[in-house]
Design a protein around this ligand. Structure first.
Ligand code: FMN
Length: 189
């Protein structure tokens, strides 16, 4: 059982991503994890001016977000693909913090309306998480034709994803445990 921050990457009013994120939240909870559901639409963070650590009087909302990012033992990001990259909302949310992520793994779920499942966004996001000190696990989880995978209410229509996600989350949990054990022995900085 771990504390996992699930980070939503879209703030569009008719976003597909919320269905993916809610489905993953349920999967994680069913595996007895504590989920910190981080939704930039709810947070409504401004485009970055000061990082959290540079703020003199961070808002309660930001303190709470910071505590979740700091307490999390792994980061599960759910990214759309905009112009072959992750979204501004994802990047902006992540950029508020740095040391809070250190020595904890990330895992990347991407989706798109076409056949490639947002793999370009996932590749860019790998670079970002590497820089944040939260390297991504080997596997990623692209969801192609996302509008056909979930119905309007968010119900999964393609049951193959229920099977596919098991191995992905098994791997993520393995990394979370491995990093946790190693952190207990100390970190280089
Ligand atoms: C600004 C913008 C750029 C996009 N660029 C891509 C792209 O490069 N590749 C792709 O597969 N889909 C692209 N799309 C389509 C999105 O993947 C699609 O709208 C998806 O539903 C976005 O996720 P969301 O609904 O959760 O915001 C783009 C959409 C927008 C709004």
């Amino acid at each position: 059982m771990a504390k996992i921050a699930l980070i939503v990457g879209s703030v569009r009013r008719d976003r597909q991503g919320i269905k993916v994120a809610r489905w993953l939240e349920e999967k994680l909870k069913n595996r007895n994890h504590t989920v910190f559901f981080i939704d930039p639409l709810e947070l409504n963070l401004p485009l970055l001016d000061r990082m959290y650590k540079e703020m003199e009087n961070p808002s309660e909302k930001l303190k709470d977000l910071r505590n979740k990012i700091k307490d999390a033992e792994g980061y599960l990001s759910v990214t759309p693909e905009y112009n072959h990259s992750t979204s501004a909302a994802m990047k902006n949310t992540l950029d508020y913090f740095l040391e809070e992520y250190y020595f904890k793994p990330s895992a990347i779920v991407s989706y798109s309306p076409g056949g490639f499942g947002g793999v370009n966004a996932a590749q860019h996001l790998r670079h970002i998480f590497a820089e944040l000190g939260a390297p991504s696990i080997s596997s990623s989880f692209p969801i192609s034709r996302v509008q056909d995978v979930f119905d309007e209410s968010g119900k999964l229509m393609d049951e193959r994803y229920d099977k596919r996600v098991i191995r992905f989350l098994d791997e993520f949990e393995w990394y979370i445990e491995a990093f946790k054990n190693q952190r207990a022995k100390g970190t280089p900085y």
